[in-house]
Design a protein around this ligand. Structure first.
Ligand code: COA
Length: 260
């Protein structure tokens, strides 16, 4: 499939999705939201992609939010629809089963911060800046941010950022657990690719089941979550990769996973 506002390439089982509107700081207009839906649907069904990296084009931004020129036209009804449509796409990313790593190379504001929150792992460059500045536009985060940010960094901190609209620099983002790692700008993509390739080298059923189990922890009680975990553990034990991984350990050799 070809895209206008998205770049997509696959290398060594790693899919790299780049939001590509650098002149608008990669702001998410409706077309880009639709293309994100299309590219992640394509990835879901593409066995050549084991791990995904999501980033933004240009020097300045990951994604600087929803496109404010389109936001400006919303009213009571269309605003709700707008939020629901974006939430659907971000839920697709979160529930992809394949790990999605956000490589945050600059501004991740509003919908951009929310997009990074829908990813499973966030890696930032030193110049990344996160924030939920919607309050400055007299609106609230509408792409899942009130929920995911509160769950990730706690509700008090989430409210501080949502109510003030203050930006969070990379150091602060690391300190509060919003990002997993921070690297100098030039190391962001090489280090993120290293992590993605490392994950892609593992047995992919175990990778998928890990993502599914951990993503569901927000929805389930401890008891329900453990029930799910036991079922997914069983799924892994039924794979050829599991026999290969355990046999390779016992035979003191490297495993050769075939994703079966
Ligand atoms: N929607 C639409 N256009 C956006 C945008 C957004 N969210 N963010 C940036 N742009 C556009 C600017 O309008 C400008 O376009 P122009 O060159 O045609 O005028 C271009 O991107 C560059 O942005 P600019 O503001 O000139 O860059 P800057 O370096 O001075 O400031 C920001 C960077 C991120 C601080 C500033 O762009 C900003 O505050 N953006 C909005 C962030 C926001 O509120 N996001 C949440 C939306 S819900």
């Amino acid at each position: 499939m070809s895209y206008q506002n998205i770049l997509f390439e696959i290398k060594n089982s790693v899919g790299i999705v780049t939001v590509n509107r650098p002149d608008k700081l990669n702001a998410l207009n409706n077309d880009t939201i639709k293309e994100l839906n299309d590219v992640f649907s394509e990835i879901k069904n593409n066995d050549d992609v084991s791990v995904v990296i999501l980033t933004g084009a240009g020097e300045k931004a990951f994604v600087a939010g929803a496109d404010i020129s389109e936001l400006n036209k919303l009213d009571l009804l269309s605003g709700k629809e707008f939020s629901e449509k974006g939430q659907e796409v971000f839920n697709l990313i979160e529930n992809l089963d394949k790990p999605v790593i956000a490589a945050v190379n600059g501004y991740a504001l509003g919908g951009g911060c929310e997009l990074s929150l829908a990813c499973h792992i966030r890696i930032a460059s030193e110049k990344a800046k996160f924030g939920q500045p919607e309050v400055n536009l007299a609106v609230i985060p509408g792409y899942g941010g009130t929920q995911r940010l509160a769950r990730l960094i706690n509700s008090g901190r989430a409210l501080e950022y949502i109510l003030t609209g203050d930006m969070i620099d990379a150091g602060e983002a690391y300190r509060i657990g919003l990002v997993n790692k921070v690297y100098p700008t030039e190391e962001l993509m090489p280090k993120t690719i290293d992590m993605a390739e490392k994950i892609a080298s593992k047995g992919q059923t175990a990778v998928k089941m890990s993502v599914r189990a951990v993503v569901s922890c927000d929805e389930l009680s401890q008891k329900e979550g453990q029930k799910l975990e036991a079922g997914l553990f069983g799924v892994c034990c039924g794979t050829e990769d599991f026999k290969e991984g355990t046999s390779a350990f016992l035979e003191k050799r490297k495993p050769n996973f075939t994703n079966k």
